[in-house]
Design a protein. Sequence first.
Lengths: 332, 388
Amino acid sequence: MNTAMKNPKSFIESFELYAPKLATKEEFFVGGHRACQGCGEALAIRLMCKALGKDTVITNATGCMEVISSVYPTTAWRLPWIHVAFPNSAAVGSGVEAGLTALRRKGKIADRRIKSVAIGGDGGTMDIGFQALSGAMERGHDMLYVCFDNEAYMNTGIQRSSGTPFLASTTTAPAGKVVPGNQVWKKNLAEIMVAHNVPYVATACQSYPIDFMNKVKKAHKVKGPSYIHCFVTCPTGWRTPSDTCIKLGRLALETGIFPLYEVEDGKYRMTVEVPEKRRPVQDYLKGQGRFRHLTPEQIQVIQERVDIEWETLMIKMRCSRSKEELRAPRAK
Amino acid sequence: MGKRVGMEVAIASAEAAALCKFDVASVYPITPQSHVAEHLSDIVADGRVDASFITVESEHSALSSAMGASATGARVVTATSSQGLLFMGEVMPITSAMRLPIVMIIANRAVSGPINIWNDHSDIMPMRDTGWISFFADNGQEVVDMVIQAFKVGEDRRVMLPVNVNMDGFQLTHVVEPIIMPDQEEVDRFLPPYKPYAALHPDNCVSMGTLGMPEFYTEAQKSKDVALVNSIKVVCEVWKEWEQQFGRKYEPIQTYRTEDAEIALVTMGSMGETAEIAVDELRREGVKVGLLKIKLWRPFPFDDLKKAIKGIKVLAVTDRACSFGGPGGPVFSEIRSALYDVPKKPKVVNYLIGLGGRDVSVENFMDMVRRAAKGKLKEPYEFYGVRG
């Protein structure tokens, strides 16, 4: 048990003292919504909105967040918000940007920058909304897209997506007697966004709130497209206790399964340090119902793959150069 | 008062949108709509309209981004055809539910398969129940006029609905016609700037597209239906205003030589003009024939239909789309159902014509009338001129 839990009163007092300096106290995604207890995604959205501030328009893909936050006639949003359908959050968001830009240029609305931010889950982003995302990023709209990746179609009942990790059990990739869960490795969407020449790409996690909010602020400043892939825990879909939400995000980082980094103008940089000796993946996998069927051999296969991916990332950390750096020698 | 020009109709439709000073165009090219897409982008690239042109990667995204832009309060135009329209199908009922007055120019084309790029109405018919207002144009002049009228109707506070303007692919889109292009000043006088009811802006925070539980969903559907039904009043009002200002008359169902007619053809779209010639020919032969041209498909003009069929004994309805395994073509089943409660109703027969661009001649229409008059028709509908 940590100090805060032992003495909640002093924790709250110190929260009042320090927290406002780190993040605004103003809430743009407010309580009363219907998210599950311990939902990492709802927490991440609240943090994202704090980092974005008032001058934002949110476009939300169909999914848990739209369902839990907008049951008519209520809304949890204190930002202008629109939901249209499942595959088109990036497209709608690009239209919001185009509309605001045209109206501002023509003097039909006040002359100030309002950021279009589109959000979606892993299904709405990596699968059915992938084409719309690719198009919006490629077209260079001044917009941010944040994918909240909880690694399956949680809203429809934990079906597999291309974000589902290898061997995880889902309702459409179940751990059966013959097939032990999802048979392919997770798609790396952040890398695909880097390949789109998006000026700012980052990975984030709700368990590292300051890191996430800093990245959102950085992405907000970019005049052009930016993409954040936010790893979020889902107690319902992962079959984990609600109070492990933050812990699981930290373990994902400490095992090297989901490292937190940013790619600015093509240059990679680690933003949260991972211990020199990474924890074994076993520490992350154990205790999650979706991985409970794994044998030690299967865990070893996952460990080896994580090691390879880690090394691949490290090479990029060491060797990548921003376009600015690459331009410099020629100029001389 | 406008300038008479010779212009390709697809290009003229884009010019009409330019006269409406759209803020955003979001279009994905598809044959035979592509000249609309190209010309809209020309207009923006040349700075003739201060607007954003979104070069989307699909029709689904074309309508989606159009919705995003419209939700910020922008005047938005899009255009599509055939498979593209079907691809927009997921988004279309949401556009009308969110009451976003987007105008869509549709170059009607057959739906695959087999793949076919030529004209019929099998693309718009599956979209009939998506809650959009649907105009059908006979010729290039009507396309231009209807695009401008569409913005005025859709943006009217009593309506607030998206509108599609249907023009037949190739038969209209790729044909150079004499068209009177209204002056900018005249259009400005006719079409006021768009004032959205609600817009996405931090100064007035709204949530759009929220979740409707069973206790609200029915009410949401009824409100859309009421809006559509009531919009016919505004459509007619706008058409009256158009007639006063521009001198060209529009009615939901335009009748041609029906005064003493005993038999009448029913058409929708560009074939109306061919049918007119057939009517003239038959009249010369002494056949008491007339023509009903449907200009407003949704909301369906039930009262106008009932007025138009007075005294008519046989109604030969032409359809340019099939309802497979159904009661006949969509226009036919609509009309037959509309007349069910009318005490003195005509016999209604159905010809499926001009599918996938098959030519329909004046002689064909004359033949249809003669056979319908004799009651010689395969029941309940006939694929006209089909082999086998």
